[in-house]
Write a protein that binds this ligand. Sequence first.
Ligand SMILES: [Zn+2]
Length: 134
Amino acid sequence: MKCVYCGKEYNEGGTTVAVSNGTFDVCSNECKKQVREYLNKDMQYKNRSYIMIFCGSIGFILSTFIFSGTYKLVPMYLGMIVMGLGLAIYPYIFSNFLTFTHYPIKKATLVVRIIGALVIVLSLFFLGATFLGA
Ligand SMILES: [Zn+2]
C-alpha cells in the first residue's frame, strides 16, 4: 500500500482516510491528520488560488492587447507574480483527489509551491531587466 499523504510504501500498520470520492490508504494517524488538514485548507482556500491565477492571467491580456513599447510585458510580469504568489501560498489547485494516488499530497503541494516561487523569481528578474534596461 502507498500513503496518499507522504507517499511511503508500507505493508502493515497503516489506516485509511475517507474523502468525498473514496477511501484511501495512509501510513499513519499523523498522515491521516495531515490529509484532513489538507482537505480543510483546500475547501477554504481553493477559490483564492483560482482567483489569483485568474487575476494573473489579466496581465497576459493587458500585455497582449493593450500595452506596447518598452513596458509592453510589464503587466504580464506583474500578473505572473500574482500567479506565483497564488501557487506558493495556496497550492490547492488539484480538483481530483485521485491525483494523489500517483503524486502524494506532500510532494504535489511542494512541487506547486516551488513552481510558484520560481515564477515569482523569474518575473522579478524580467521586471528588473525591463526597468534597468539590461
Ligand atoms: Zn504517510
